[in-house]
Design a protein around this ligand. Structure first.
Ligand code: UDP
Length: 247
């Protein structure tokens, strides 16, 4: 975080032309893979991420089964071609950490206790990365869980806020993440009003931290609308397909 690159121009705009409190452009689609129980795809700025869910299903290896709830497993993985410098396909420490962090962000939303001795497996594949993939990965995984028909208390939606060139900004991209002063990723369940992920990288005053947290939660609320719309379109399509078959 050197702060040497100019990240806010004279008009107060960011490197990609956004205003400080503006999200990147977002596209979501639910039910994109026919072989998974649930799936979803997100584009957020230059991020392109796919999520697939299997389960609830029998646990392998069986000794991992939990007597009182489903075992939730999550694998966050970046494709070798997802970043500028080829990434080894083997799981890095960062990917292992992000798999854990995303699993813990999603876990409170799922009624795991309804499916004892089963597993629910989430696979997140980052096809193209441009900062904030843990957040976009969480958002798209929640959609894939919903698409798999897994009962949830709420959707989970994630977004980061942070500080670049002394300005608090929403939804940092890669260069803002790397060259800015701070990054605060947040996962939020909008109807429950609960936060299930809160991290911070860099340094902020307490006041700036509180403002960043509020900004990230506002971003989550906006992204939540896209999530709901993506689910709605999926079920409108299914309804149309069923009606077509019955005709
Ligand atoms: N990144 C990269 N190579 C890697 C890992 C990450 O170029 O091996 C980039 C990628 O664009 C990613 C960004 O660095 O989105 C920020 O990574 P970070 O660990 O902060 O996680 P993220 O912001 O994606 O949740």
């Amino acid at each position: 975080m050197s702060g040497k690159i100019r990240l806010i121009n004279g008009n107060g705009l960011r490197v990609d032309g956004r205003r400080p409190n503006e999200l990147r452009s977002i596209k979501m689609e639910v039910g994109v893979l026919s072989n998974a129980d649930g799936s979803a795809y997100i584009e957020q700025g230059k991020n392109k991420i796919l999520a697939a869910v299997y389960g609830p299903r029998e646990v392998h290896p069986r000794h991992l089964a939990l007597p009182d709830r489903a075992l939730l497993r999550c694998r966050y993985h970046m494709a070798p071609f997802s970043v500028e410098e080829r990434k080894s396909p083997a799981p890095s420490r960062r990917e292992i950490e992000l798999s854990k962090v995303i699993k813990e962000a999603l876990e409170p939303a799922i009624f795991l206790e309804k499916f004892p001795r089963t597993s629910i497996d989430i696979f997140i594949e980052v096809l193209q990365a441009d900062g904030g993939t843990r957040c976009a990965g969480t958002t798209v995984a929640a959609l894939a869980l919903a698409d798999a028909g897994i009962p949830m208390r709420d959707l989970v939606v994630a977004c980061a806020a942070g500080k670049v060139d002394g300005v608090l900004v929403l939804d940092l991209n890669d260069i803002e993440d790397k060259e800015g002063e701070a990054d605060v990723p947040v996962a939020y369940m909008p109807n429950l009003g609960l936060i299930s992920l809160l991290q911070m990288d860099g340094s902020l005053t307490i006041e700036e931290f509180n403002q960043s947290l509020n900004l990230a939660m506002e971003g989550c609320k906006q992204i939540y609308k896209f999530q709901k719309e993506a689910l709605r379109s999926r079920y409108v399509t299914i309804k149309e397909e069923v009606e077509e078959c019955l005709r």
